[in-house]
Write a protein that binds this ligand. Sequence first.
Ligand code: ADP
Ligand code: MG
Length: 162
Amino acid sequence: MRKEVSGKQQAAGGRTVIIERAGRPSVSLRVPSAADWDVLASELAGSLKPGDILALSGPLGAGKTTFVQALARALGIKRIPQSPTFSLMRSYELPRAVHGIKRLLHVDAYRIEQASDLLALDLDEELSGGETVLVIEWPEKVKKWLSTKSAIRLTIVNYGNI
Ligand SMILES: Nc1ncnc2c1ncn2[C@@H]1O[C@H](COP(=O)(O)OP(=O)(O)O)[C@@H](O)[C@H]1O
Ligand SMILES: [Mg+2]
């Protein structure tokens, strides 16, 4: 089983997220509580298009899955994304397309150990339909695959850690 969130991470209170998009200056935002991801998620959802990849970095307990939940809500998805502990990938249909986006694909690469694990996911094929946005936790695990893409990068750190 996955380890529980460390007390230290939770005790610190809030998070800071650094957002990096190709061709734009990076921005950092304060996200004081878990509920506050909605603002950023709605903002981002408004500018996403099919084929976009969001790479979510940060230690265990940083708030990556919490952000995915907020993003799903912002896209109108009713089912709440959970940490895909046993599956690496989960797919969420949008009840109504948003700028052509019909599906949110949530990958948690935490358990990826070798290239074949990633190949099995066939992310290129998954993205090729032109209707999917991919969010990926632990993008460091699929660095090579991501190096050929232009992802929006979100790095979550605790207050006080930058
Ligand atoms: N901005 C935030 N400020 C304070 N706590 C947060 C924030 N975002 C998430 N959390 C809390 O951190 C904990 C771990 O979040 P989770 O999304 O599961 O982390 P990860 O997916 O990065 O391992 C949860 O209890 C969540 O409510
Ligand atoms: Mg998670």
